[in-house]
Design a binder for this molecule. Structure first.
Ligand code: ATP
Ligand code: MG
Length: 592
């Protein structure tokens, strides 16, 4: 076989294979071009999820006849004036998107430069069909550009077969637009679908917050906290959802780096790490984060579709994000998402058609009390599990007892408390789990966890691989008070357990830990692994639902919650309590 240079059409189709994976990718490239062209308004039309038509019209700088001819050629770009890949300021820079799209579809571009610019007197149109470029022809068009992509992948039938349903492709395309819209609040966006249905309409926003609210909805606006931090030339800002506002998929995580929406593993991992403490592993927080840093520290040229980036100092960025998010979550303290109590109230109201929409003003009153000062747990003193006479509340409640006095335990699961201005319903298992967890972290930070020797060592049988893995971590686990070693193949023997966890189900704990290690492997930083172990321990040691509590025990639990950081939600992001104001209860009964 002779070696030869491939013809341009083939080269472009190969490039398209990487850059244009599906309609959403083509749309992303076109919208990025419109943004780079300085558009103030971008109008998009999708037919059949983008497969039969993607049209993007902008009022940006436009192109002259000569520029149009170049634009569809490979490696032609206006965005790298100094050939400097370290100082990339535009979203595009590869000069590949249009020729790639042209190689696998029927592409048509009509454009006219801005008033005053060269060539502004006339519009021109150019077409590329399956890589075949036609000569420009005169056209009628206002200043700006309109790009139409028809029959995407008609020239590469293999790719066509991989497309999902139009509905699913449309969803992905819309998601791509939303991510860009998040990064560019000042630009107005419209997306029309089949039969001119409006899929998205975003007016130009004055602030980033306004755009976030338009994209993520009121739930997010009401249940998020601001983040702001900077370090070594990097600045992080944005809004992050409270743990109780969580999702089954990580889709609602918007990350924008230097104006570019990205799906970066490092960033996603950092967000996960920051929430690990307060969210179950299969739930995902909602975040909109904006990171700005020196372009030379961020390599954007590592991914054909420019979706991933690389940081020169990954540790710095990760630390900045994890630190800032945890700080913000801790400051949010007791707040759990208002959707929880709003939902509860809607359910209460159901008989009289009040269900469904959350009536505005009344709902806001269900907001949670302001965060309590996170006081050292040491001050709280004694162990919760065995409240002693000293724990008993005096007749009068302490002044800062915002969770009130326990009045009843319901169904062996919930504590009902009375406050000066309402009632509080506490999930005893969720609350206790959080308390144990925070205490364990505290104790660990100060002097390691006290251990207690089992009179009869417990042998736990496991899959041999898991047993090995667990035994390999024996040193770390001992720090948490769990002393174990390999026992033959396929089992471990547990000799000591954490002292603050009486009545622990050792077998269940060890199996959970083994599963966890298998799942996380070495992907987690040591600190996060430690916290993850604490979380598992806490879950196993908590007051299970169904256990009867005495009144002093219940009050002790409430007082400890007040003194514990993050106690508004359990380790899995479920709220630990809901609070109803008297005024709202009165409203329920039509007294107001
Ligand atoms: N909507 C538009 N308005 C004005 N000029 C445009 C528009 N779209 C493309 N161009 C011009 O065509 C050139 C080629 O576009 P193309 O998307 O192929 O490459 P790029 O944006 O430079 O880089 P990348 O491949 O990374 O997107 C751009 O550099 C720009 O000068
Ligand atoms: Mg481009």
């Amino acid at each position: 076989m002779k070696i030869r240079q491939l013809p341009p059409v083939v080269v472009n189709r190969i490039a398209a294979g990487e850059v244009i994976e599906r309609p959403a990718a083509a749309l992303k490239e076109l919208v990025e071009n419109a943004i780079d062209a300085g558009a103030g308004r971008i109008e998009i039309v999708l037919r059949d999820g983008g497969q039969s038509l993607i049209a993007v019209a902008d009022d940006g700088g436009g192109m002259s006849r000569d520029e149009l001819e170049l634009a569809v050629e490979r490696h032609c770009t206006s965005k790298l004036p100094d050939d400097d890949l370290l100082e990339i300021k535009a979203l595009g820079f590869r000069g590949e998107a249009l020729p790639s799209i042209g190689a696998v579809s029927r592409l048509r571009i009509v454009s006219r430069p801005r008033v005053g610019a060269e060539g502004a007197e006339s519009a021109w149109e150019i077409a590329v069909e399956g890589g075949l470029k036609r000569a420009p022809i005169p056209a009628a068009h206002p200043p700006g550009t309109r790009v139409e992509v028809r029959d995407l992948f008609f020239a590469t039938p293999a790719r066509l077969k991989f497309l999902k349903t139009p509905r699913s492709e449309q969803g992905q395309a819309l998601d791509a637009v939303k991510r860009l819209a998040m990064a560019c609040p000042g630009i107005a966006f419209t997306v029309l679908g089949d039969e001119e249905r409006v899929l998205l309409r975003l007016p130009a926003a004055l602030t980033r917050e306004a755009r976030l609210a338009a994209l993520l909805g009121r739930d997010f606006a009401e249940n998020s906290v601001p983040v702001a931090a900077s370090r070594d030339g990097f600045a992080l800002s944005g809004l992050i959802g409270l743990p109780t506002l969580n999702r089954g998929l990580p889709r609602d995580q918007y990350l924008v780096v230097n104006g570019r929406p990205v799906r970066d593993k490092l960033l996603v991992g950092a967000v996960r790490g920051a929430y690990q403490d307060v969210l179950a592993r299969d739930r995902h927080p909602v975040v909109a984060l904006f990171l700005d840093g020196p372009p030379a520290e961020i390599d954007v040229n590592v991914h054909p579709a420019k979706a991933e980036i690389r940081f020169r100092d990954a540790g710095l960025v990760r630390g900045l994000i994890v630190g800032a998010l945890r700080h913000a979550l801790e400051a949010a303290g007791q707040r759990a998402s208002t959707t929880v109590s709003a939902g509860a109230l809607a359910a209460f109201r159901a008989p009289d058609g009040g269900a469904g929409g959350a009536p505005g003003g009344a709902m806001r009153r269900f907001a949670f009390p302001p965060p309590l000062p996170p006081r050292a747990l040491a001050e709280a003193g004694n162990a919760f599990l065995a409240p002693t006479a000293e724990d008993l509340p005096e007749d009068a409640l302490p002044e800062d007892a915002v969770l009130g006095a326990a009045r009843a335990q319901l169904h062996g699961t919930y504590i009902l408390a009375e406050t000066a201005s309402g009632i509080v319903l506490v999930d005893q298992h969720a609350a206790h789990e959080r308390l144990v967890y925070e205490r364990m972290k505290e104790a660990l930070a100060r002097h390691g966890v006290a251990r207690q020797t089992l009179l009869l060592p417990e042998i736990v049988e496991l899959d041999p691989g898991l047993a090995l893995r667990l035994a390999a971590r024996a040193g770390e686990l001992a720090e948490f008070g769990l002393v174990l070693e390999a026992f033959g193949s396929g089992a471990v023997i547990v000799r000591e357990v954490p002292a603050l966890v009486p009545g622990l189900d050792v077998k269940a704990l060890v199996r959970d830990l083994a599963d966890e290690l298998a799942e996380w492997g070495d992907a987690l930083a040591l600190k996060e692994r430690i916290e993850s172990v604490c979380g598992t321990l806490a879950c196993h040691s908590s007051v299970r639902a169904g256990r009867r509590l005495t009144a002093p025990e219940m009050d002790a639990l409430l007082r400890q919650m007040e003194r514990t950081p993050n106690s508004g939600q359990c380790n899995h992001g479920r709220p630990t309590y809901v609070m109803l104001a008297l005024s709202d209860i009165e409203r329920l009964f039509g007294r107001r």
